[in-house]
Each structure stands twice: as structure tokens, then as C-alpha cells.
Design a protein around this ligand. Sequence first.
Ligand SMILES: [Zn+2]
Length: 258
Amino acid sequence: MKPPFKPLRQTRAYLDVLAQIREAILTGTYPPGSKLPSERELTEQFQVSRVVIREAIRALELSGFVRIRQGPYGGAYIEDLSSAPIVRSFLDLFMANKFCAEELIQARLLMEPEVARLAAARLDECLAKRLKEAFLLEKRGKPTDDQWVRQNLEVHYILALMSGNRLYEAILASLLALTHEIVRVVKPPHQLIHNHEEHGAIVEAVLSGDPDTAALAMKEHLRSVGHALVRLERQYREKTGRMGLSVPSETVSEHPLS
Ligand SMILES: [Zn+2]
């Protein structure tokens, strides 16, 4: 068997470079959309080799801080920070069997009733319109598989936006992306995982500014989502070859998913 590690090519100088550039981005020296100094300029400023600079820029790119553009105006451009890296990390953890669907749904059950409560309590007109539209689209549309799942999760995501808590929004975006991934791989029949009435009850309560009813409706909805998701996980792990530990043996139930 090949040894799992390769010899280090150089010192960890790039970590110091990385830390300084990150600090400059976070404190606004380089705002979103602006360009980092060129490789040559950075090499001169930091007094290190090009390899070190390249390594630091690569790390910035992987963590979503910059995007590399090619061509005459190419270079490392600062990204508007988003929750995308958190979404990827959660997905990696799930795929690597570091947590299971049951734990995913426990977290959603804790957070989303509160999100629905907040959404109803601080009703924002613009987002309320978006919520209504997303719900109607979900009811009407006959889209392709991927769009269909997206539409169903959209209602949950808009509620997270409406909660006004950006940390809830980032965490829920990750948990919803996971739900999306499981459904995308398993492709269960739509009628088994879809329930308009449950979404309807949540949306209605939020739009009428009734926090308690909204929270309760979300809780009930997630309980049935949970049953379906836990059962789908087994099929997911079989299909992807990533077997979980404590997954029940039943097949897909009649419970709705999103
Ligand atoms: Zn749902």
C-alpha cells in the first residue's frame, strides 16, 4: 500500500501569508469585487517565493474568499462572503458518515419552528410576497426532478431569510442542501415525499402573523419529514456506497419529505 502522506514541499510560510490576506479581506482592505495584488507584487511584499503565494491563493479560493479569473483582466477577485463553504462542509461530514439523517432532522426540529415563529412575528412585506410565490409555484409546477426538490425547499429557505437571523439562515441553508442531496440521489416518487397541506398550514400561519401556530405547524411538518428522511438515508448510503451506522431497514414510507 502506498503511504498516505507525501513529503512536504516547503515550509508552512503560506499559512502566514494566508492569515494576513484573510485579515485584509475581512477588515475591508479589499472589498468584494476588488482584485488582490498580482502574484509578482505579493511575492515582493511578502518576500517569499511564488510557490508560497500560489499556495496561499489556492487556499483562499478553496475557502470561498476569492475567485480566480483568467484572461487579460485575470487575477484573484474577492468574493462576497456567503454560506457556501459551510454548506460544503456539512455535506462532506454527512457523506463521510460523521452524522446521520436522524441527527439532521433533530437539528431542523430545534431550529425551524423558531424560524417560523420569528418569520411570523416580524413579517416583511417583500419576503412575504416571495414566500407566497414560492408556495404557489410548488403547488402548480410540474418541473424536472431537481427543480422540484429546489422548489419544495425554497419555502423553508425563505422562512429562514424572514427570521432575520443570518446565522439561522446559513445553518439552515446547509441543512436544506443536505436534504436536497439525499433526495437527488435516491429519487423517491414525488407523491411519497410531498405534502402541500403541511406547507400550506405553515405559510398561512406566517402570512397571517400568527407565530405560535406557525411554530406548531412547522414542528408537525418536520416530524413527518423526519420519518421519510431517515428511511431515505439507507437508500442514499447504498447508492453512494457510504454506509451509515444506525439506519433503519424499512424502505421509503408514505411520509412527506419537504
Ligand atoms: Zn417542507
